[in-house]
Design a protein around this ligand. Structure first.
Ligand SMILES: *Cc1c(COP(=O)(O)O)cnc(C)c1O
Length: 462
């Protein structure tokens, strides 16, 4: 299995190389050269299997010879062992033919643990046998950072630096990043918003001297390994509801387009997915784009679902690559236009996107109202991101096809929004109940490439 860049000019890599690299050297994102498919019989055989067994079947064709079968099974087992629910991704029913896929039983209470815990295991294995050390730098709107730190803390072969927007992440998110005691963990509070953090991260990757000097590795949602790990729960949940005999639809609260893109990969692999619905909050650039209004950046408007407060949705580039017939030149040109403020999607590409994705948005009021009504009608406390999904799913679902809405975080991760909607302050699970007593450790840094590089070099040398 070979990996190519969405901008067409970076070296073709193996799975191991693509995973350890993150962003391609031409500024693009790595995607598999071809998508392997699973037969109906292989999908049907997943019925009743453990999450780990499904994970092995789904991901194995993508990893080439990076790991042996036994090694890969062990990495998967270690990755999900830390979860607080034996089925890893349980389904809860909300209404006739509407189900919630609870993806928040991992160590940091958000779906990002599914990918990050596995990436941590894979990095450790791959680097350990090469005797190499890397510097992981990630940008986060909150959940990626805590999941990355949880996955990499204390590992021998990595330092992990996380850039987060100062004052714009929840207390629980911040504390999950600033309280780990391991010396290879570095939480950096940047004076800017999430798009600034993400832009500085891209700058570091495009600064080849720095990139090669510190052996920079990326674990943002652009990392192919992360997208791959998220493909698994589309299969496990759809099969629970009768796939492949029955079509299933999904609604996905979306920011960086990683999670929903994993659904598209599942569909390409042969899972009978009917609708793939993108759900955005008031930062609705993706909803507007998918409705044919082009992709034009505005400002980020902070919301109660901060992990989706975004204008530059990095994985959308992968969707565009396919929509433009895998023409790297065309994608490179769109991304140049994006640097100037935005781009329009060609008619053919728009049609191709709309054949795969539909979309909707939830305002702040609608999100809060959905948290309130879900508690009243089902007893389920939703985090604000999941509520955005449920609101949009309720508009789009039809009677015949089961709809699965992804619940991307635990309500206790966003207690203020949940309490405002319900009067209930959701408690943290017992395993992290002392989070607010642990001392914090962080560094404030300017939204400036030179300052960030200096800080990272300094922290590494001590
Ligand atoms: C990251 C995140 C999202 C958005 O996921 P993408 O893959 O970036 O689209 C949604 N909800 C929560 C809770 C998140 O942490």
């Amino acid at each position: 299995m070979r990996y190519i860049s969405t901008r067409g000019t970076a070296p073709v890599l193996s799975f191991e190389e693509a995973m350890l690299t993150g962003l391609a050297r031409d500024g693009g994102l790595y995607v598999p050269e071809t998508i392997p498919t699973l037969s109906r019989a292989q999908i049907a055989a997943m019925s009743g299997q453990s999450y780990e067994d499904v994970a092995f079947t789904v991901m194995r064709p993508f990893i080439g010879d990076t790991f042996t079968d036994d090694e890969f099974r062990e990495l998967i087992a270690n990755a999900y062992d830390t979860f607080g629910h034996d089925t890893r991704a349980p389904l809860v029913q909300l209404a006739p033919n509407h189900f919630l896929l609870e993806l928040f039983h991992g160590p940091t209470l958000a779906f990002k643990d599914f990918a990050m815990q596995l990436i941590g295991q894979m990095f450790q294995k791959a680097l350990g046998r090469k005797g190499e050390r890397v510097t992981i730098v990630g940008a986060t709107s909150g959940d990626t950072g805590s999941a990355a730190i949880e996955a990499f803390r204390g590992l021998d072969n990595v330092d992990v630096f996380i850039l987060y927007p100062h004052g714009r992440v929840s207390d629980v998110q911040r504390r999950q990043m600033t309280t780990p005691v391991e010396s290879n963990v570095h939480a950096l509070a940047v004076d800017g918003d999430f798009d600034d953090c993400q832009a500085r991260l891209k700058d570091m990757f495009n600064d080849f001297e720095f990139r090669d000097g510190v052996k920079l590795a990326g674990v943002n949602s652009i990392n192919w390994g992360r997208v791959l790990a998220q493909v698994v729960y589309y299969f496990s949940s759809a099969v629970s509801l009768g796939a492949p005999q029955r079509e299933i639809s999904f609604t996905v609260p979306t920011g960086n387009f990683g999670d929903i893109f994993a659904g598209y990969i599942a569909k390409q692999m042969g899972l009978p997915i009917k609708d793939l619905v993108v759900a955005t909050n008031q930062n609705d650039i993706l909803d507007r784009c998918l409705k044919g209004q082009g992709y034009h950046k505005g400002g980020v408007h902070p919301s109660i679902s901060p992990s989706m407060d975004i204008q530059v949705s990095s994985n959308f580039e992968r969707a565009l690559f396919d929509a433009y017939g895998r023409d790297g030149n065309a994608v490179a040109q769109l991304m140049n236009e994006l640097g100037e403020g935005g781009f329009d999607v060609s008619q053919g590409a728009m049609q191709s996107l709309q054949d795969i994705y539909s979309s909707g948005r939830a305002s702040e009021t609608e999100t809060t109202a959905t948290i309130t009504s879900s508690l009243a009608t089902t007893g389920e406390l939703l985090c604000p991101h999941s509520a955005v999904g449920v609101k949009v799913a309720n508009e789009q679902r039809e009677a015949i096809t089961p709809m699965i809405t992804l619940a991307t975080a635990h309500p206790a991760k966003f207690p203020d929004a949940v309490e405002a909607a319900t009067g209930i302050r959701p408690p943290l699970p017992a395993r992290m109940a002392d989070l607010f007593e642990r001392p914090e450790r962080l560094t404030r840094v300017a939204n400036d490439l030179t300052a960030l590089k200096a800080h990272i070099n300094g922290a590494l040398n001590t």
